[in-house]
Design a protein around this ligand. Structure first.
Ligand code: NAD
Length: 656
């Protein structure tokens, strides 16, 4: 039996993870009890939650009062009080097996019969934790990432006895708190994310140990491949000893450079020194110029892909789950499977075979031996994107691909709806998402499109800006170019409309301004917070506002970095309409109706002449207009428009 629904949750532990999980669960509307072993620890955890909620509120990132959220949280040091009546218990106590088994033994006695029992362990066996109970079928791993409020991913891990019903209920619960779950279907060491992430630092450490690369070269070259930080900077951040112990326990050989650092007790940021010097030096001070074309990134990525393929082969996770996990849990720019499909799985296998021949088992048993899953794919000709199939299937031809940061639908009437789909990040523009929009607009057949709408997934934001992690690897030369996505949207040859319900900030407002029309709900808010980061709105924000608004209003928006309401945005001419929630869809529909049924050629010409003419002097603009007008006189659409007008009927434009 599983419980009908989860209403009340108990979190055991008020430390780094416990208080964060409590906050996330309460934010989602659940009643939560947070339990730790001493009153002052519980109190500290509670204060951390208060502080964090105030910050979220200050930044306008939550739509409820901090007090309302706090009202849902109670605290206690009494375990029985804490778990009696709870539908779900999430344990976030220190990472020690004996302690966890004690706790689960107690839970077995005290928790309600049908309660779900979850552990937030990051490395211990769920099966072994569950063995402390007489109900291992109800025990599941829920691996939140640190800090839980910001990190969107949760791994849902099966122990050997966990039933599908338990795992599914845990999965649905994670979705209900606005996080993204992935299934880890077997209780493997490292689960999915850490297993696949391991070689990112591990392989780089072998390469440097063998004199094949320098530390800064490796870090700079990998950030240039889009990773949020280099492998050595990452090891310094997580602690060099962590990877060391994982390898040691698994009986794997240790790269000499890792051994040296551990012997010298230089374990990374926490000891002030690791691969970089954080006390007397400038920390991870590698520069884009440290990158080199000779750096063998393929070696690192091939071993990563091999780990992913092994997980798929052993039914631990799907390629989709692995990709989601690595993107959300490790900040990878795209999933390793999708990236491998672009690189070509035959290239990956070749690289692995080359490494296997050179090193054999020297760096770990079977480390480079290509997984059977990869070999089978290659043998069957499924070598990746170019072949139409690899880890994933691709549509044939040059049509739009399969995107995971946007959803789209091209309706029969020619309306192309695009939804930015990163609700947990308030639909922030990541490089991936921007590429997806460009790719979609580029590959969809515009003869079939009559109008495009953009909207944000979830109920909080159209788009709250650019993903700040995208700045960490910014290349000044590249970032000083106008960002392609805004140009692609602004110049798209069909009318575009931004449907705004919630935050429309920074890059989100720039995207909306790149659209031709903007309709918003009254509760939406607008602004350019870039100035507070020492930046300016760099996706056309300064230029499109000064062209759309009065000089003073545009500068107020850009200089002050404040949010303005939808009502003010409408008064200022930043948006076409601010309407109530009830009127919103209807208003959008009326606009869209006119756009998709309007004369396609005339709309395209009008858009072009208005956009391009606005940058010319009046005479040049009028010249463009009259040329376009002359051309429209020769179209069938014009004949149809006139005929329909005379016959007092609705015209049916064909775009001819
Ligand atoms: P922490 O040391 O910050 O917090 C652990 C808390 O548990 C402490 O406040 C401690 O007093 C309390 N505690 C001890 N015994 C308890 C008991 N019997 N009942 C209730 N509380 C008890 O540790 P943390 O970083 O929050 O880690 C907790 C768990 O989360 C570990 O299993 C860890 O592996 C996992 N985890 C940690 C991270 C991370 O980055 N910190 C990330 C993911 C998962």
């Amino acid at each position: 039996m599983t419980i009908d629904s989860i209403d009340t949750v108990t979190v055991l532990g008020a430390g780094s993870m416990g208080h964060g999980i409590t906050e996330v669960v309460a934010l989602a509307g659940y009643d939560v009890t947070m339990r730790d072993i001493e009153e002052d620890i519980v109190q500290d955890g509670y204060e951390d939650i208060e502080w964090s909620l105030d910050k979220l509120d200050e930044k306008g990132l939550i739509d409820q009062e901090p007090e309302e959220v706090l009202d849902r949280i109670s605290t206690t040091v009494d375990l029985e009080d804490a778990v009696t009546g709870a539908d779900m218990v999430i344990e976030a106590a220190p990472e020690q097996m004996d302690l966890k088994k004690d706790i689960f033994g107690d839970l077995d006695e005290m928790a309600d019969e049908d309660a779900l029992l979850a552990s937030n362990t990051s490395s211990l066996s769920i099966t072994e934790i569950a063995s402390a109970t007489d109900r291992p079928d109800k025990v599941v791993g829920l691996h939140f990432f640190n800090p839980p409020v910001q990190m969107d991913l949760v791994e849902v891990i099966y122990g050997d006895e966990t039933t599908d019903a338990t795992a599914e209920q845990a999965y649905e619960f994670i979705e209900s708190i606005d996080k993204t779950p992935i299934y880890v279907r077997k209780d493997v060491q490292g689960f999915v994310v850490n297993t696949v992430l391991g070689p990112f630092s591990g392989e780089a450490a072998w390469m440097v140990s063998e004199g094949l690369a320098e530390i800064k070269e490796a870090d700079a070259s990998m950030t240039q491949r889009g990773y949020p930080m280099g492998p050595f900077e990452l090891s310094d951040m997580t602690g060099i000893d962590i990877g060391y112990h994982v390898r040691k326990e698994a009986g794997m050989p240790i790269p000499p450079i890792v051994q040296e650092k551990v012997d010298a007790d230089e374990l990374g940021q926490k000891t002030g020194k690791g691969y970089y010097d954080y006390e007397d030096g400038d920390g991870a001070d590698y520069e884009p110029s440290d990158a080199s074309d000779d750096f063998d990134w393929l070696r690192i990525e091939s071993v990563i892909v091999n780990r992913a393929a092994e997980l798929i082969e052993n039914d631990v996770a799907t390629a989709e789950a692995i990709d989601t996990g690595l993107r959300l849990g490790a900040g990878f720019p795209e999933g390793p499977c999708r990236r491998a499909d672009k690189t070509g799985l035959d290239t990956i296998v070749e690289k692995l075979e080359e490494l296997d021949e050179e090193y054999g088992d020297e760096h770990g048993e079977g480390r480079y031996e290509p997984s059977q899953y990869l070999l089978d794919l290659v043998e069957e000709g499924h070598t990746g994107r170019d072949a139409g199939k690899g880890f994933f299937e691709y549509e044939s031809g040059d049509g739009p691909g399969d995107y995971h940061t946007i959803n789209y639908e091209l309706h029969d009437d020619g309306l192309l709806e695009i939804e930015l789909d990163r609700p947990a990040q308030l639909n922030a523009l990541s490089p991936d998402l921007m590429d997806a929009i460009v790719d979609l607009l580029d590959s969809v057949d515009d003869e079939e499109v009559r109008a495009v709408t953009f909207e944000g997934a979830g109920d909080r934001a159209f788009c709250a800006g650019a993903d700040v992690t995208a700045f960490s690897d910014s290349d000044p030369a590249k970032d000083s170019e106008p960002t392609e996505v805004f140009t692609a949207v602004a110049e798209y040859p069909r009318p575009t409309l931004a449907k705004i319900d919630g935050f429309c900030l920074g890059g989100g407002l720039e995207l909306a301004l790149a659209c031709d029309l903007r309709i918003a709900t009254e509760d939406s808010s607008f602004g350019f917070p870039e100035i507070d980061l020492g930046l300016l709105p760099g996706g056309g924000g300064t230029q499109r506002t000064i062209r759309n608004l009065s000089d003073a209003r545009a500068k107020e928006l850009v200089f002050r970095g404040e949010h303005i309401s939808a009502e003010r945005a409408q008064d200022w001419g930043l948006i076409n309409r601010a309407v109530s929630g009830e009127e919103y869809e209807e208003t959008v529909e009326e606009f869209v109706d006119d756009l998709v049924n309007g004369p396609p050629i005339a709309l395209r010409k009008a858009k072009r002449v208005m956009n391009e003419g606005a940058d010319q002097d009046l005479d040049a603009g009028l010249e463009m207009e009259s040329q376009a007008f002359g051309l429209l006189l020769t179209t069938d659409d014009m004949m149809e428009g006139v005929a329909a007008f005379s016959a007092d009927r609705e015209p049916e434009f064909e775009g001819e």
